[in-house]
Design a protein around this ligand. Sequence first.
Ligand SMILES: [Zn+2]
Length: 204
Amino acid sequence: MAHEWNIRPRSGACVVCGRKFEAGEECVSALFNIPETGFERRDYCAGCWEGRVDGGTPFSQWQGASTPPRDEQAGREPIAHETAEGLLRRLIDIGDPANTNVIYILAVMLERKKQLIERSAIPSEAGIVRFYEQKGTGDTFQILDPQISLDAIPAVQQQIIGMLGPKPDAQAGAVASAPTSASTVREPGAGPASAETPGPSEDQ
Ligand SMILES: [Zn+2]
């Protein structure tokens, strides 16, 4: 039976030797699709990655500096109000399929704000499963891209604005200016390997 997960924190230690990563240590993260258990994320120290013998070919891998364990960060990041990321995590936890479109558009917004990095994508029956990494914590989000039609996006954005509620102007502005252009949404049928870039509409 497949083990379902949607948010997977970066492990604090190497999956092979069990050694704890030091802050800032370069480690390798890899995603595997295991027939019996589903998607699996494994983190390796550089040495163990090179000498890896645990078999299987990851469908995605990346290298990055490890971050301090979550409990060390917790005290530094009090969540005073619901942010787009807080809403995303909450909706993922709830796990209601009715929120699929909202979850995906939130992820696209956070990707454009450079808070999430897309690491991989593979096709599934219901759309495309995209794997995003949260830049600060290294958490991996597994998110279904339901291939929403362009016409449907404004309604989803309105829904998100409503869910975030009345907030300081800065955040409301950020939400309103999120994915309004066609460049944020992949063409239906475009494969996950598409090299499409968001284009020059990035706000900076
Ligand atoms: Zn190791």
